[in-house]
Design a protein around this ligand. Structure first.
Ligand SMILES: CC(C)(COP(=O)(O)OP(=O)(O)OC[C@H]1O[C@@H](n2cnc3c(N)ncnc32)[C@H](O)[C@@H]1OP(=O)(O)O)[C@@H](O)C(=O)NCCC(=O)NCCSC(=O)/C=C/c1ccc(O)c(O)c1
Ligand SMILES: O=C(O)CCC(=O)C(=O)O
Ligand SMILES: [Fe+2]
Length: 355
């Protein structure tokens, strides 16, 4: 099919309904980007607004209980919303295995991947998706992803794709201790003594893991891999490969900073749920991913969340010490549904919880 010239409707069908994804378009080796993927200028990355000499904080987690290290984590969460961690304790063979499994999943035939499209999937907790929300996105993101919501090992082993399910589960299991370390430090910074059985439920009571695939793109400068958004999680633990392309908005500015890949590191970013719970002290920052003209890029975010049934709002320990309460209480699943039903648009999801 001469898809470079075909109508946008036909291309949507090829990409979304037939499950070829953006990877299927990439493999056609088109000379120019089809209109469906051409982003309006404001959704692309404005390279004139990139600060080339800035780095987000890189924090050594080996002595995470050292007061100076704790201070640097809370500072990064307040002033950047993003930081990279090294010496995090997550075994490198488990990291390599999930990267490899991600490439293997996207290397499957369309016939296999199609089994996980929303209309075919054996469980709504596992879905193969393209763009953010193809029902409403005016221009599609140059990204495919597999999204898995963890319910239990049993459910995952029954329904998640065999080619990656063991590696994904192993990775999720071994990320638990790094998640707890970071959360423990962050809540101590809010005046909460410890991560106990009760607060663990609403801070990290549910997890979603996405396997993201950004294939080679014919005109990367006209497109976007992931358009500007903030995550709706408590926090996100992001694994990226060495290719790069993730940009973070510098707080109180219109400038962007590249999250330069640091070997064997993980990136942590604060999500909207923790911005709300901390009454705005920790920042959930806008970020976007550019497409790449030469390499296929992968990333694997773990979204650490409240449970869908939790009602979230500024925590009592936080509002005791502030005059201005910025957010109301919202049912977390309502918040997430609101996020998924619209296109991403910078930081606008949080308006849903503003007082
Ligand atoms: C997400 C929900 C609400 C789903 O509930 P469920 O009962 O399974 O309802 P459902 O009817 O299957 O889904 C509800 C809607 O969400 C959509 N949806 C569900 N899962 C996904 C998904 N993984 N990706 C996109 N949309 C989804 C469905 O299509 C439904 O839309 P609609 O048909 O109502 O219009 C539930 O699992 C929940 O509350 N989870 C809380 C934890 C959670 O999942 N947090 C999200 C963290 S994700 C996050 O922070 C960032 C994600 C992101 C960022 C940039 C990108 O470019 C990108 O692609 C993704
Ligand atoms: O690919 C990346 O580096 C970031 C992806 C991301 O922001 C997301 O999936 O929410
Ligand atoms: Fe994100």
């Amino acid at each position: 099919m001469a898809l470079s010239h075909c109508a946008t409707g036909e291309l949507k069908q090829f990409v979304v309904d037939e499950g070829h994804g953006v990877k299927g378009v990439s493999e056609l080796k088109l000379k120019t980007l089809p209109e469906l993927f051409i982003q309006p200028v404001e959704r692309r990355l404005d390279v004139s607004k990139v600060l080339p000499n800035e780095l987000i904080p890189v924090i050594d987690l080996s002595n995470y209980e050292d007061p100076e290290v704790m201070k640097s984590i809370c500072y990064a969460a307040e002033k950047w919303g993003f930081f990279q961690i090294v010496n995090h304790g997550l075994p490198l063979d488990i990291i390599d295995a999930i990267k490899d499994a991600t490439h293997k999943f996207f290397g499957l035939s369309t016939k296999e991947k199609k089994k996980y499209l929303s209309q075919n999937t054996p469980s709504k907790n596992v879905r193969f998706l393209t763009s953010f929300n193809p029902d409403v996105d005016k221009a599609y993101e140059w990204k495919d992803h597999l999204s898995c919501f963890y319910v239990s090992d049993e459910e995952a082993l029954q329904y998640w794709p065999t080619i990656c399910k063991y590696q994904v589960l192993e990775y999720l299991k071994s990320s638990e201790s790094v998640i707890k370390k970071v959360l423990e430090v962050l809540i101590k910074g809010l005046g909460i003594q410890e991560l106990d059985e009760t607060n663990q439920l609403f801070l990290m009571g549910s997890k979603r893991i996405n396997l993201n695939y950004y294939p080679v793109c014919p005109n990367p400068e006209l497109s976007i891999g992931a358009s500007g958004h903030s995550d709706v999680s408590t926090l996100t633990v992001l694994l990226q490969d060495q290719i790069g392309g993730l940009y973070v908005k510098k707080l109180d500015s219109d400038k962007w900073v590249h999250v330069t890949p640091v070997k064997d590191s993980l990136t942590i970013n604060i999500g909207d749920a923790l911005q709300i719970m901390s009454n705005g002290r920790y920042k959930s920052v806008e970020h976007k991913v550019v497409a790449n003209g030469h390499d296929n890029r992968i990333s694997v975010p773990i979204f650490v969340n409240p449970r869908p049934s939790d009602v979230i709002g500024p925590l009592p320990e936080v509002i005791n010490s502030v005059d201005n309460i910025l957010y109301k209480h919202v049912l977390y699943s309502d918040y997430v549904k609101h996020f998924f039903r619209k296109s991403t648009n910078g930081k606008d999801t949080i308006d849903f919880a503003k007082k």
